[in-house]
Design a binder for this molecule. Structure first.
Ligand SMILES: Cc1cc2nc3c(=O)[nH]c(=O)nc-3n(C[C@H](O)[C@H](O)[C@H](O)COP(=O)(O)O)c2cc1C
Length: 166
């Protein structure tokens, strides 16, 4: 397995250390090189480094405690003007997010994927706070920073979850 895939884990504690802009650009470049349905490249990204916004993200989505120590959050949005139905926006975003997380390992960074959509309440809360237009669906917020935790890694490969049609 590619080492970065194996090493990737959700990191929820970060060092108080700035992340170089080139590294954030590397994450975004990885995201934008993911596959999209009909090559619509339907994702849009907002990089949030504003500390007040990071600290209060928990008010919009209760499982984003890690944003308090993260250097930034990358909000991944799907553009309804670029692709339909919404399901495609979600799968396009998911592929881009996973690329970002893997590139994060490559850049020595920790990341954590936090859901926004499909909860309408959360979508509305993020739209209001970040002044996101109606045609954009905020799908996820990815925490990014230099990690400050070591976690056990176990192999989840489970042949019982696989069936073969030969
Ligand atoms: C769609 C999706 C939504 C997630 N939302 C959250 C979240 O809101 N908060 C959080 O701390 N982790 C979130 N996670 C991370 C998962 O909890 C994590 O991937 C899972 O526990 C496996 O751990 P690992 O990433 O370290 O392998 C999310 C992951 C996915 C794929």
């Amino acid at each position: 397995m590619l080492e970065a895939i194996w090493k990737r884990q959700s990191i929820r504690n970060y060092l108080n250390q700035e992340v170089e802009e080139e590294k954030l650009e590397a994450l975004l470049r990885a995201a934008m090189n993911a596959p999209t349905a009909r090559n619509t490249q339907s994702w849009r990204f907002m990089v949030v480094t504003n500390k007040e916004a990071l600290h209060s993200m928990i008010d919009l989505q209760p499982y984003t405690q890690m944003m308090k120590s993260a250097y930034c959050a990358i909000i991944v949005m799907g553009d309804r003007n670029a692709s339909q139905p919404d399901e495609y926006l979600y799968v396009d975003a998911a592929a881009a997010i996973e690329n970002m997380l893997i590139e994060g390992v490559n850049q020595g960074l920790g990341t954590c994927w936090c859901a926004i959509g499909p909860s309408k309440e959360r979508i509305d809360a993020f739209r209001r706070y970040y002044q996101i237009e109606d045609h954009l669906i905020p799908i996820a917020a990815v925490a990014v920073g230099y990690g400050n935790e070591e976690k056990e890694k176990t192999d989840r490969y489970d042949p019982a979850k696989v069936r073969w049609f030969r």
